[in-house]
Design a protein around this ligand. Structure first.
Ligand code: SF4
Length: 453
C-alpha cells in the first residue's frame, strides 16, 4: 500500500476527491486507506470509489463484517499492483473491474438478506426536544402528503396541527429536523379549524398524525379539545388520531365524539426496540388502544412500515394474532399495511447521521414515483404473510395497502381500485358503516352496527 494514512478532511488524492466530504468524514480511516489502494493499484473509477466508500460505511453500520473480510482477502490474494496483472492474466484496470464486481455482489447479498436485529436497541444518541408555540398560517387542511397519483391511494385528508416529533423512529422523514427537535404546538388551532370548508354531502377521513404524533402531546394548548369539537361539528368526517404513544389519559377522561378514531402503528417488539426509539412499547400501545376501545372510542391499526429481518414471518403473525384476539372487528375501523418508503435524499442523510442502524440494509427498488422501498418480492412476502394472519377479519375490518401500486394490489389483494375516488368510496362505506351517526341538537350519536365477530 502506498503513502501514509488518509486524512479524511483532505481531498488531496483522486480517491478522496471521489467521495462526498460528508461521507468521508464518517468513514473509518482504514476504509479510506483501502480506497486509496483501490484507486492507485486497480484504477477504480470515481463512481466505483464512491460506491465502495458507501458500502464500507453501510456494512460497518449494519455490523456486517463479511464485506471487509472479503475485500481484505481479495487484496491479499491479488498482492501488489506489480503482480496483479500477471497473476490473473489481465491488466490492473481489468483486475480492478473484476474486484469491483465481486464487491458489488457481496454487498448486494448482505443488503438483501433478512437482517439480524439484537433483541435490545442499539442506543443511538438522540437529541432532547423543546416546545415552541406557533401560529398556524395558510391552509392547514390538505391531501395526505404521501399520496401519489401513481400509487393506489385512499384520498386521506390531513390537518397539520403540531410540527415535528420527539419519538425518533429511525425511518421517519421528520427526523431530519432532530438536530433541533423543536416541537411547534399551535396557539390558534380553533380559529384555523373554523376556516375549513367541507362539502356537507361528502364524507372525509382526516388524519392529524402526519407531521407529528397525534396523542403524544395530550391536550397541550387545547389541541385535542379543539379537534374533538371540530369532529363533533362535522358528522361527515372521521377524524383519526394516529400514535405510537400510550398517552390516552385525555381521551379516557373526556367526552370523545363518536367519529373520532384513535389509531396505532404497530410493529413487533424487536423492531420497536431497534427502529422506533422513544416510542411506547407494544404492550403499552395495545393497553392504550384497549382502554380507548373499552371507553367506546373506535380504533384502527397500521402495520406500517413493516420490516424484513430474521424472524419477521413469525413475529408479524404473532403480532396480528394478538391484535385480533384483543379486539372485536366492530371496534376496529381499518387496518393498513405498508413498507418503508424513503426519498433518495433521506437515505443519504440517514447514512451520515445514524452510525449504528440497520435501516438501510435492504434490497431496494425505486418506485414509479421515485421513492426507495423494499424490492417487490420482499414486500409481497410481507403483505401475504400479514394478510394470511388477518384472514379472520376479512370482510369485517377494512384492510388496505398504503403507498402501494397497482401491480402489488393485483398480486396480494387480487384487485386494485381504479381511482382514488373509488378507493375513498369503498373505504368510507366500510368505516362509516360502523358508525351510525345521527346529528341532533347534542351533536353526533353513534351506535355500533353490530359487527362484533
Ligand atoms: S394510501 Fe397511504 S399514502 Fe395514499 S393517501 Fe392513503 S394514507 Fe396517504
Amino acid at each position: 500500500m502506498k503513502g501514509p494514512a488518509a486524512d479524511p478532511n483532505a481531498a488531496t488524492s483522486k480517491a478522496m476527491q471521489a467521495v462526498d466530504p460528508a461521507l468521508r468524514a464518517v468513514s473509518h480511516p482504514g476504509d479510506l486507506r483501502l480506497l486509496e489502494r483501490l484507486e492507485e493499484d486497480f484504477a477504480f473509477s470515481f463512481q466505483q470509489l464512491r460506491l465502495f466508500a458507501q458500502w464500507c460505511v453501510d456494512c460497518r453500520a449494519w455490523e456486517e463484517t463479511e464485506f471487509h473480510a472479503r475485500v481484505e482477502n481479495w487484496l491479499v490474494e491479488t498482492g501488489s499492483e506489480d503482480d496483479a496483472a500477471g497473476a490473473h492474466g489481465m491488466n490492473r484496470r481489468q483486475r480492478g473491474e473484476q474486484i469491483f464486481q465481486s464487491m458489488q455482489r457481496v454487498y448486494a447479498g448482505i443488503a438483501s438478506k433478512a437482517k439480524a436485529y439484537p433483541s435490545v436497541g442499539t442506543g443511538e444518541k438522540l437529541p432532547k426536544h423543546a416546545f415552541v408555540e406557533k401560529e398556524l398560517k395558510g391552509r392547514i387542511f390538505r391531501l395526505c402528503p404521501a399520496a401519489s397519483e401513481k400509487a393506489v391511494c385512499c384520498n386521506l385528508k390531513v390537518i397539520n396541527v403540531v410540527d415535528n416529533c420527539a419519538m425518533a423512529c429511525s425511518y421517519c422523514v421528520l427526523q431530519n429536523h432532530y438536530d433541533e427537535a423543536v416541537i411547534a404546538v399551535p396557539v390558534n388551532l380553533r380559529e384555523k379549524l373554523a376556516e375549513i370548508r367541507l362539502v356537507p354531502e361528502k364524507r372525509y377521513r382526516i388524519g392529524t398524525g402526519e407531521y407529528s404524533d397525534s396523542l403524544l402531546w395530550g391536550n397541550k394548548n387545547g389541541i385535542l379539545g379543539d379537534l374533538c369539537d371540530f369532529a363533533r361539528a362535522h358528522s361527515n368526517i372521521i377524524l383519526e388520531f394516529k400514535s405510537k404513544s400510550a398517552n390516552v389519559a385525555w381521551i379516557l377522561e373526556n367526552d370523545i365524539p363518536p367519529n373520532v378514531c384513535c389509531s396505532w402503528s404497530l410493529n413487533p417488539p424487536v423492531i420497536i426496540a431497534n427502529e422506533e426509539h422513544k416510542t411506547a412499547s407494544l404492550d403499552r400501545r395495545l393497553e392504550a388502544a384497549r382502554a380507548a376501545a373499552d371507553k367506546g372510542v373506535k380504533v384502527a391499526f397500521h402495520f406500517h412500515p413493516m420490516f424484513y429481518y430474521q424472524g419477521w414471518e413469525a413475529d408479524y403473525r404473532a403480532l396480528i394474532a394478538r391484535v385480533t384476539a384483543l379486539f372485536r372487528p366492530g371496534e376496529v375501523l381499518w387496518i393498513s399495511l405498508g413498507c418503508i418508503t424513503m426519498l433518495k435524499g433521506f437515505a443519504r442523510d440517514f447514512r451520515l447521521k445514524y452510525r449504528h442502524s440497520k435501516l438501510l440494509q435492504m434490497e431496494t427498488e425505486i418506485t414509479e414515483d421515485g421513492k426507495i422501498t423494499y424490492a417487490f418480492a420482499v414486500r409481497e412476502k410481507l403483505y401475504r404473510n400479514a394478510l394470511a394472519a388477518l384472514e379472520p377479519w376479512k370482510g369485517k375490518v377494512f384492510q388496505y395497502l398504503c403507498m402501494e401500486h397497482k401491480p402489488m394490489w393485483d398480486s396480494v389483494m387480487g384487485f386494485a381500485y381504479p381511482s382514488m375516488g373509488a378507493f375513498d368510496d369503498a373505504f368510507n362505506e366500510s368505516a362509516f358503516s360502523k358508525l351510525r351517526i345521527e346529528v341532533g341538537d347534542r351533536g353526533c350519536e353513534v351506535n355500533e352496527k353490530g359487527d362484533r365477530g
